[in-house]
Design a protein around this ligand. Sequence first.
Ligand SMILES: O=C(CO)[C@H](O)[C@H](O)COP(=O)(O)O
Length: 247
Amino acid sequence: MTPDQSQQALEKRTAAAAALRWVRDGMLLSLGTGSTSAAFITLLGEAVQAGQLRVQGTATSLASENLARQVGIPLVEPRRGLRFDLAVDGADELDAQLRLIKGGGGALLREKLLETASEYFLVIADSTKLVPQLGRFPLPLEVVPFALPWVLDAVEKLGGAPEVRTVKADPNQLYRSDQNNLLVDCYFNAIPDPERLMHQLQNIPGIVEQGLFIGLAKAALIANGADVQVIRPGMAPAPASDFASLP
Ligand SMILES: O=C(CO)[C@H](O)[C@H](O)COP(=O)(O)O
């Protein structure tokens, strides 16, 4: 790990620990995916094991579900009417208006489902994720395999450079989501109008979900060194220590 990567890992854990302070006994949680969420799930599991918290959760990926099981968080299956008190999840990029790019970990569909079904979606992230403009990170799409050629054409027409995701350890093997769909990472370099792009992508048949999350997150906890700032749309950033409960 380079010094930058270990600093980033520390910040992820700091943001996760800050989110844990706002989990209350009895809450039903949506558990995110990725390394920042894994830090949160681990800390939450420790609190559950220590008898400090009684919570239940549903995970946004099979990987997070396995981790939650390992650390002793009771899990709830999807069912009609299921709503979550709090969703905690990472992001690949976010701006000051809490527009997010998600799906770097391939879990965007379940993430969007559960975060839409949550009363409060709290993003946790290290300082590298907060950007002035979205788009440096390639925008992930979950795509039905049969639709792939047409989706690639449509993304190019929108000005993006699409790349079908492969498995890191074996670049000859296509990456599959938990739903067995393909992932396409779209390089736009800059996304000046995320709302417009989101609507354009939503109109392309075969895209099951796209990685722009707009209007979903209520707050973000951004760790910068040992400090944690709360970011909320239209409000000045404030230290997380100013808040005794969810901001
Ligand atoms: O969207 C995601 C998974 O689909 C993750 O939240 C995102 O990739 C951030 O991951 P990390 O916490 O490892 O930086």
